[in-house]
Write a protein that binds this ligand. Structure first.
Ligand code: ADP
Length: 378
């Protein structure tokens, strides 16, 4: 019998990423991305997953689910009721939620007794004060759930979990902003390892400029596109989700930061510079929610690997006391601040899958065995 494993699934519209962990040690055994170009690819990918569950002695499955709404503030064991609740949240994340839930349903149909857990991008942010979750909208819309939810929760939770070992307890308990800069990008303000505010809001479109997403934008822009140019909601959604950000500003050169950094085109430079300006502005804004800043952490593809981008962003934040050491920054940290700066700056590799593996492990661990009766005192 092969060793027991946990399967961690991140299913999107065109790929399913999965990772397999040893259930005893939580060591990573295998990580793969299944492409699903068409319906046949889709079915093949799901069949591969179901086969994996059988062949690799999977004892629990964790799913990345983008939206947990207002109620789900922690990883949640899946059953029919929870699945129905999560399906009802689809209008809040139509591009992600149905894809996230599909493998969970398939696995539940085929292996009804196998424990499955949903890990929400929103859950980590449910600790935010009410004021930080509000938009300046009519109260009935707020009451119906048009709120700032925040996303990238598993990434922030992982960083919060490893920060004490890297930066020490004082900093980890202090005022920390984490910049998750990948294809999707957001920043999160934390105090004592808990989310206080986030740049992503009602949807993952808000906040920073991203690979193909606009980030925060004047709400007058979609109105202009609708009223003056007659564009449909679908067309506007495509522009904001798929054709903006680095890709849009660079005039279509690329949504990939590496390509833009290597391009001599002025549009590429402008896209990179705008990305850094947006990120710095959002970081500065979140210092209001924290009442200052003790540490700034960079993570995800761009944050972990690009010293140039970190330098540019920190360059906008000098007035706050953020300074970096060129050599430490070029070496990708972990600590990259220079001695003169008043704010600690770190580069930390995120690991959302491992965080999810820890969650499924915690959920299905049996309660500890009862203690043996104490010997009577003599
Ligand atoms: P996601 O998981 O959201 O798809 P990642 O966290 O992997 O995204 O980040 C992808 C981004 O990271 C891409 O824009 C890619 O160009 C960028 N990236 C990866 N390595 C580097 C690097 N060495 N320098 C600059 N950008 C990088």
């Amino acid at each position: 019998m092969t060793a027991e494993t946990y399967l961690v699934i991140n299913a999107g519209s065109s790929t399913i990423k999965y990772a397999l962990y040893d259930a005893n040690t939580l060591a990573l055994l295998e990580k793969k991305t299944l492409e699903m170009a068409d319906k046949a690819g889709y079915d093949a990918a799901f069949n591969d997953l179901l086969k994996l569950v059988e062949d690799r002695n999977v004892k629990g499955v964790a799913h990345r689910v983008v939206h947990g709404g207002r109620d789900y503030a922690a990883p949640q064991k899946l059953d029919d009721k929870v699945l129905a609740d999560l399906e009802a949240l689809t209008p809040l994340a139509p591009l992600h939620q149905p894809h996230n839930l599909k493998p969970a349903k398939l696995v539940m149909d085929k292996f009804p007794n196998l424990p499955q857990v949903a890990c929400f991008d929103t859950a980590f942010h449910r600790t935010q004060p009410r004021l930080n979750q509000l938009y300046a909208l009519p109260k009935d819309l707020t009451d119906e759930g048009v709120l700032r939810y925040g996303f990238h929760g598993s990434s922030y939770e992982y960083i919060a979990a490893v920060l004490p070992a890297i930066a020490g307890d004082d900093i980890a308990k202090g005022r920390v902003i984490v910049a998750h800069l990948g294809s999707g990008a957001s920043v999160c303000a934390m105090k004592d390892g808990k989310s206080v505010a986030s740049s992503m809001g009602f949807t993952p479109l808000d906040g920073l400029m991203m690979g193909t997403r606009t980030g925060a934008i004047d709400p007058g822009v979609p109105l202009y596109l609708m009223e003056q140019k007659g564009l449909s909601a679908k067309s506007i959604s495509d522009i904001f989700q798929k054709h903006s950000g680095l890709k849009g500003v660079s005039g279509g050169i690329s949504n990939d930061m590496r390509v833009l950094l290597n391009s001599p085109a002025p549009e590429a430079k402008e896209a990179v510079d705008l990305f850094c300006l947006y990120a710095a502005r959002q970081i500065a804004a979140l210092t209001v929610d924290l009442g200052g800043l003790d540490a700034l952490v960079f993570t995800a593809g761009i944050g972990e690997n690009s010293g140039i981008i970190r330098e540019k962003i920190c360059g906008h934040l000098k007035h706050l006391g953020v300074t970096t050491d060129a050599k430490l920054n070029a070496a990708n940290g972990p600590a990259i601040h220079d001695a003169a700066g008043s704010i600690a700056v770190y580069v930390i590799k995120t690991n959302e899958e491992l965080m999810m593996a820890r969650h499924i492990d915690a959920v299905i661990q049996r309660p500890p065995a009862p203690k043996p009766p104490q010997a009577p005192k003599i």
